[in-house]
Design a protein around this ligand. Structure first.
Ligand SMILES: Cc1cc2nc3c(=O)[nH]c(=O)nc-3n(C[C@H](O)[C@H](O)[C@H](O)COP(=O)(O)OP(=O)(O)OC[C@H]3O[C@@H](n4cnc5c(N)ncnc54)[C@H](O)[C@@H]3O)c2cc1C
Length: 392
């Protein structure tokens, strides 16, 4: 048997996800991409097989199998369909506010419904004028008795219109910079809440990306996560834990493209032999496989760190490095996969052009690659390696 970082129970669950991906999701992937329709049938596959449960503890109705396996599950699905993998990653992204900052009562109220997949979640931080600079947000939340009144809008929100619950960030003290931001759970039927429009886009076409509007939107004060002013810290702690979900999506796309290109190269012949026997193609395949494995090392290390209870700057850096490496590998590897297929790589009949379009977003959302580099360098600047200078 091949060497495996997973234990036998984890392997069994990984194999279940792999089988579902190959048999139930993969055959739908091209159609999902073409139709631009949210794949509710895939959500149903997840519900039937308790796949959302991989992301939650047993007390909250989940399987309690840990972070590493949840990343592996996203990777397995992304090997065949990036849109379907994103459904899992965003369920986690939208749940993390409750997991990290929710009271016992808030967690029990919402998380079991997310763990079963009865409800879908979303995370709403970005606005039209504030993406990388999220603290510049303009959406406000004003306290009125037992309620908050939200006004403003959010842009580019994944699961817009399909989520039942949104983790929303808004300014309770507009002049206080990031110290004035608070976090709220907004249910989809909250008065004054609407999905204004959905964006057509380059890839992950089955996933909805939309604009949310809050027009005097009333939310019970009991829906606030943590204290007033804690929202920015919560948002960043969420991203530390969710970015590796994007990394897992990216790695799955890269590995799926590599696997497809390899099999293609074995059957396509030029100059009297399969192209896999041409050394320039061999070099591409070798680099693609090595890059995937290097990216996987960073990603799984993050999963193991989280399962071991690591927190703080070390986790932040590991998360950013996994996202940076996996996203860049996805873009580079899928581009090479298209090259290996030649003209066939460029047409819709073959999946690698979809992989290449899907890969691009992993370099952009949940913090662009530039932002990941800023995070890594910031954490490095706090570390001391002075012994090198002392010995010089
Ligand atoms: C399909 C899709 C789904 C998304 N889903 C969600 C979601 O569910 N929830 C959510 O809240 N957001 C979501 N987003 C938003 C996404 O996270 C932002 O688009 C992203 O963080 C970048 O912000 P921006 O688009 O405003 O770009 P900008 O911040 O305007 O950046 C533009 C460019 O400048 C670079 N840049 C910015 N600041 C710096 C700097 N200080 N140093 C160097 N370079 C810099 C960026 O890296 C980028 O290349 C989604 C976006 C897309 C496209």
């Amino acid at each position: 048997m091949a060497w495996d970082v997973l234990d036998p129970e984890q392997r069994e669950l990984r194999d279940l996800v792999r089988t579902l991906a190959r048999e139930r999701i993969g055959p739908r992937a091209a159609e999902i991409d073409e139709s631009h329709e949210f794949p509710w049938d895939v959500v149903e596959v997840y519900r039937e097989n308790d796949i959302f449960g991989l992301f939650y503890t047993e007390e909250l109705g989940g399987l309690g199998t840990g972070a590493l396996l949840s990343l592996v599950a996203i990777e397995e699905v992304a090997k065949v369909c990036a849109t379907s993998a994103l459904i899992l990653a965003v369920q986690e992204l939208g749940s993390l506010g409750l997991k990290l900052a929710g009271s016992e009562e808030q967690q029990q109220r919402w998380l079991p419904r997310l763990a079963s997949g009865e409800w879908l979640a979303a995370y709403a931080l970005t606005e039209s004028g504030s993406g990388s600079d999220s603290a510049a947000m303009r959406t406000t939340a004003r306290r009125e008795g037992d309620e908050y009144v939200l006004d403003g809008s959010k842009r580019f929100i994944t699961n817009a219109g399909v989520a039942n619950l949104y983790t929303v960030f808004a300014k309770t003290e507009p002049d206080a910079g990031h110290a004035g931001i608070s976090a709220f759970v907004v249910e989809a039927d909250a008065p004054g809440f609407a999905v204004a429009r959905l964006e057509p886009k380059m890839g992950i076409s089955g996933s909805t990306t939309g604009e949310l509007t809050f027009d005097g939107c009333r939310v019970p004060a009991a829906n606030r996560l943590g204290d007033e002013g804690e929202g920015f810290r919560i948002a960043m702690r969420i991203l530390d834990r969710s970015r590796p979900g994007v990394a897992a999506q990216a790695l799955g796309i890269a590995q799926g493209a590599t696997d497809y290109a390899l099999e293609y190269a074995k059957t396509r012949e030029t100059m009297g032999r399969p192209i896999v026997q041409h050394q320039l193609i061999q070099a591409k395949l070798a680099d693609m496989e090595t890059e995937c494995e290097a990216a996987r090392g960073l990603l799984y290390r993050f999963g193991q760190m989280l399962d071991a209870g690591v927190d703080g700057p070390e986790l932040t850096k590991a998360s950013a490095m996994a996202k940076l490496k996996c996203g860049d590998v996805a873009m580079a590897v899928t581009t090479e996969a298209v090259q290996i297929l030649g003209g066939y790589g460029y047409i819709r009949e073959y999946p690698v052009e979809r992989f290449m379009r899907d890969a691009k977003i992993t370099q952009i959302y949940e913090g662009t690659q530039e932002v990941q580099r800023l995070v890594i360098a910031r954490e490095m600047a706090r570390e001391s390696r002075a012994f090198l200078l002392a010995g010089a």
